[in-house]
Design a binder for this molecule. Structure first.
Ligand SMILES: Cc1cc2nc3c(=O)[nH]c(=O)nc-3n(C[C@H](O)[C@H](O)[C@H](O)COP(=O)(O)O)c2cc1C
Length: 225
């Protein structure tokens, strides 16, 4: 797979096959993704990788925590989104919801159905491997941006192995449980999780392609013509 295909075929995968991933591939991915650039070569990513029995135990703990309550009300340690949205982000986010829940046949007013889908985040969408990405809490926006680079290097490298990924900021809401479970030191803050596995491409959750704004909406070319 070349780099173009890796980028074009990456999706936020929201259901994975019951198929294990070779631990050697997981290690190689985590290591190789660190070839990305980072400001001042600070390499601010901290990664916790889980699979097997520990992953099952963590999922069980979180399942017990979110049973009977809405995890969207649990606060992350950082504001995942601004309190209210404005254009064009508001419409984009709404459109994303329409696409995702539409693919899953969950109606707009089906609050239980929407909540059930949100809670699947905490099953890692059945992925056999889960990463937690953390950062030293004293670092700033420049270094947080570096985390994005790291996560996407992982995602594209994963495609090279035929694997799929889903970055999951939803897991930041479970920071207390995750911190204790992985023994994360207090100076680190949980940014997000990344689910890794072989995507089930016949699953409705993976059956749509998210749109992108046209080039003219986000790039001003200066001096090209
Ligand atoms: C940092 C980050 C966090 C995300 N968190 C979640 C999440 O918690 N749950 C989820 O289902 N999707 C999550 N997504 C996936 C986005 O919704 C998805 O990338 C976006 O809708 C574009 O779709 P695509 O990745 O399939 O192209 C996240 C993406 C990023 C980059």
């Amino acid at each position: 797979m070349d780099v173009f295909e890796a980028i074009d075929s990456r999706i936020a995968c929201r259901w994975f096959l019951d198929k294990p991933v070779d631990p050697k591939i997981v290690r190689a991915l985590i290591e190789r993704a660190a070839r990305v650039a980072s400001g001042g070569n600070l390499q601010p990513w901290q990664v916790y990788a889980l699979t097997g029995a520990p992953l099952a135990a963590l999922k069980a703990q979180v399942a017990a925590h979110i049973a009977g309550h809405d995890p969207r009300h649990d606060e992350a340690e950082y504001p995942i989104y601004p309190k209210s949205m404005w254009e064009p982000y508001k419409s984009r986010r709404e459109e994303h919801g329409v696409q995702l829940y539409g693919a899953l046949n969950v109606a707009r007013d089906d609050h239980e159905g929407r909540l059930a889908q949100y809670k699947r985040n905490f099953e890692f969408f059945n992925a056999p491997v889960a990463l937690f990405i953390a950062i030293d809490r004293k670092l700033g926006p420049g270094q947080w941006a570096d985390l994005g680079g790291y996560i996407h290097a992982l995602a594209f490298l994963a495609r090279g192995h035929g694997l799929d990924t889903c970055p999951q900021e939803s897991w930041a809401r479970m920071h207390r449980i995750v911190r204790t479970f992985v023994n994360m030191p207090p100076e680190q803050m949980l940014f997000c999780a990344v689910a890794i596995g072989y995507g089930d491409h016949s699953h409705a959750a993976n059956a749509f392609r998210s749109p992108r704004a046209p080039l003219a909406d986000f790039c001003r070319f200066i001096g090209f013509d």
